[in-house]
Design a binder for this molecule. Structure first.
Ligand SMILES: CC(C)(COP(=O)(O)OP(=O)(O)OC[C@H]1O[C@@H](n2cnc3c(N)ncnc32)[C@H](O)[C@@H]1OP(=O)(O)O)[C@@H](O)C(=O)NCCC(=O)NCCS
Length: 207
């Protein structure tokens, strides 16, 4: 069993079939499953294509962020259609510097879908299932930098009004978003401290 499979716990299915009768409703025949070592090249290629000029940067960021995954923290999911990886999402551990204690939280980054498969529900399926699994892991909060036009449909809210401080002034307020999960409590406020890997890759905010 690979580390990524272990992330999903003993009771979780190793493959989640989407489409009619599955969850969430999306492309018929698409499967969501934990990323495996054999998927790495295909996942990097998804990000190279999805992110265009920034693609190589995102692929190397993804490679290094994987090192943060453990059986109890973080997750990496792929979407597969006809035996081809068409999308990927990664959630990795960072820290919230809250008044009472340091809180382990997750950061959703990156998420990418092959251009030819975009706008058909793949991203929605990956993010929706990833949030369910993050909740099952006990993560109280998931942060991201992203479009305020896309992520609120998954329950993400602007972070600053909830008492969270963004890790860089180069992140637009509207892009700094958080999804509160069932482990959240109101004492969880403070500054999001990104894992060192985001800084090493200069992958924070806008330049
Ligand atoms: C963002 C992305 C992951 C979404 O995946 P997807 O499979 O195309 O999305 P879905 O089919 O599930 O959802 C489509 C919806 O998302 C919207 N959408 C997609 N990207 C968006 C963006 N950047 N801003 C606002 N809305 C966006 C579409 O307009 C569409 O909305 P509608 O349902 O109201 O028409 C994918 O488009 C992608 O890989 N983009 C390039 C890489 C990227 O920007 N990643 C996110 C930053 S980490």
């Amino acid at each position: 069993m690979t580390a990524t499979r272990q992330l999903f716990g003993r009771s979780a299915p190793q493959k989640i079939r989407c489409g009619p009768g599955g969850r969430p409703p999306t492309v018929t025949g698409m499967e969501l499953r934990p990323e495996e070592a054999a998927d790495h090249d295909a996942v990097h290629d998804v990000h190279r294509q999805a992110f265009g000029d920034d693609g190589e940067h995102v692929a190397t960021l993804t490679r290094d962020l994987r090192g943060l995954l453990s059986p109890t923290s973080g997750l990496s999911l792929v979407a597969v259609e006809n035996d081809k990886v068409v999308g990927h999402v990664l959630f990795t551990r960072s820290i919230l510097d809250a008044p009472e204690r340091l809180v382990d939280v997750l950061v959703l980054s990156p998420v990418g879908v092959l251009p030819a498969h975009q706008r058909s529900g793949v991203g929605t399926a990956l993010i929706t299932r990833g949030l369910e699994l993050a909740d099952e892991q006990g993560a109280p909060l998931v942060f991201l930098e992203g479009s305020p036009g896309y992520y609120p449909r998954f329950g993400f809210e602007p972070g600053e009004p909830l008492g969270f401080r963004k890790p860089s002034l180069r992140i637009p307020d509207a892009a700094f978003q958080v999804r509160r999960l069932s482990g959240y409590d109101q004492a969880m406020t403070g500054t999001l401290v990104y894992s060192e890997i985001f800084w090493r890759h200069d992958a924070v905010g806008l330049r």
